[in-house]
Ligand binder design. Sequence first.
Ligand SMILES: [Zn+2]
Ligand SMILES: [Zn+2]
Length: 316
Amino acid sequence: MILHRQREPLVLENVPEPQPKPGEVLIRIDACAVCRTDLHVVDRELAEPRLPLILGHQIVGTDVASGKRIGVPWLAWTDGVCRYCTSGRENLCDRARFTGYTADGGYAEYCTADARYCFALPDDYTAEEAAPLLCAGLIGYRAFRMAGDARRIGFYGFGSSAQILAQVAQADGREVYAFTRDGDKTGQEFARKMGAIWAGGSGGAPPEQLDAAIIFAPVGPLVVTALQHLAKGGVVICAGIHMSNIPSFPYELLWSERSIRSVANLTRRDGEEFFERARRMRIVTQRQLFTLEQANAALNALRAGEITGTAVLRIR
Ligand SMILES: [Zn+2]
Ligand SMILES: [Zn+2]
């Protein structure tokens, strides 16, 4: 499924099987989960993708050469030499390449990937169960770690990432307070089912002050909303790659050592840690399946807020 121009639907086309370069593997794809970032690329909220482009950065498939199952995440390549790479922050690499953005991704039957950036996946997950772990799980986990030892954590937006992290948070003895669109009873019920101890509309207040809030929805005003419910010393973590503008707000909301930060991309270490967690606990996801040909329908449903859980393209 090819993106030729932003703000246009993907087009189903036959293209030659990609040829792996030295250090790369050829992967026969089983499933690719849909991420909101894919939507940001299509909708031109992210600039300058490679075009034409194959989207998708939550890929589960088989390394054709070894026959082993393999996962491909968002981080496709880093230079290894810049000041970020050499200080354990390859997620911030100046020259990083990203799967399904500046490199072709997984809305396809085959892809290639640099083997050093791929992950071995826990055995007891099917391809469609493992696919959402590769970004929603992994980058969500990085955001969750930024919450430090916060006991009460607010999740603003309860979609693909939140459904996974609610389970990890609950296993760690944290309390998750889930915020959905006002009036979204289905979403709130879903959040409670996945481990939130409280769920309500984002226009309302949680029953307790929050020690941290993770903003999964791409909605800037939620940063201010979250600050209003944050205890002293708390942190607001913006987990998405794109967000609408954040309105101005009185300094007293930030006062008392509250902070706001973003989470960018992932390091390979994040992946190793997260998949270790996924091996030790069984993460359950609710998924809505689409075929490869239905990729536009999956993106449209995500844009319309019609996906409960994660949209997954089942390719084989
Ligand atoms: Zn993603
Ligand atoms: Zn670098």
